[in-house]
Design a protein around this ligand. Structure first.
Ligand SMILES: C[S@@+](CC[C@H](N)C(=O)[O-])C[C@H]1O[C@@H](n2cnc3c(N)ncnc32)[C@H](O)[C@@H]1O
Length: 231
């Protein structure tokens, strides 16, 4: 190992933007693992905020198109040289980004969806990405799949429409009650990653949209909707 006596975070997450990174440690490790194993030629990140996840994606990808609606985003961090940061609504900018990727001839290998967290917003972003026909393996991660609204959007998306989708699981990383949201013993469920796997081959059979931690997540949602005296 021989990394000296560096702080723990510098060993696990070197050279990333940690301030305001909207992901938990276990999510950061999961996304690091996916990126380290896939080393994307082209990545698409939707929802940048302060650049936390983007600073990680940019370490493992050759080219990244990053989209955020907030015009303040480019002033919040040093944009890495392999990132094309585009400001505007994902509804317009995802189709444009996919057109540019197709025109370049390069393969899109990784997408992170972490922008509009309404169920309709997530569904819209997923279905925009699903217009892409992959030439190579493509992994789509969707953050906050543990949140009831976000999950509704992920489940409502028309996954069947893309014949190159082979696997979807809402609980690749299960969401959690976020500790800093807890008041009177009751808190909100956020975080988690849903995952979808696509490749250049057409799917042979029907597609099952999995919920690998369904029972745990339903218990958490029941907790969210309970009154404190019911605990
Ligand atoms: C939760 S933050 C993203 C966090 C980031 N991925 C990280 O790792 O810290 C959500 C971001 O999505 C952006 N956003 C919300 N709605 C959007 C939309 N319709 N189009 C593009 N970006 C949007 C917000 O401006 C915000 O910066």
């Amino acid at each position: 190992m021989n990394q000296g006596n560096l702080p723990f975070e510098d060993i696990l997450f070197p050279s990333v933007v940690r301030e305001n990174w909207q992901m938990m440690q276990w999510e950061r490790i999961a996304i690091t693992g996916v990126l380290a194993r896939t080393r994307p030629s082209v990545a698409l990140e939707i929802g940048v905020y302060y650049g936390g996840s983007l600073s990680l994606t940019s370490q493992f990808s050759s080219r990244i198109i990053a989209i955020d609606i907030d015009p303040a985003v480019p002033n919040r961090f040093d944009v890495p040289s392999n990132v094309e940061l585009r400001i505007g609504d994902s509804g317009t900018l995802i189709p444009q980004a996919l057109d540019d990727i197709r025109a370049s001839g390069d393969a899109l290998n990784f997408v992170l969806i972490d922008a509009d967290h309404s169920s309709s917003g997530i569904k819209r972003d997923i279905e925009a990405v699903l217009k892409y026909q992959p030439k190579e393996p493509l992994i789509i991660l969707m953050h906050d799949s543990g949140n009831p609204e976000c999950r509704k959007g992920i489940l409502a998306a028309d996954w069947q429409a893309n014949e190159f989708v082979h696997m979807v699981d809402c609980d690749f990383v299960p969401g959690q009650i976020i500790e800093h949201s807890v008041v009177d013993g009751r808190g909100e469920v956020w975080g988690g990653f849903a995952i979808a796997y696509l490749n250049g081959n057409r799917r042979a059979g029907p597609l099952h949209v999995g919920q690998g931690a369904r029972t745990s997540i339903e218990c958490l949602h029941a907790h969210m909707n309970s009154t404190p005296s019911e605990h």
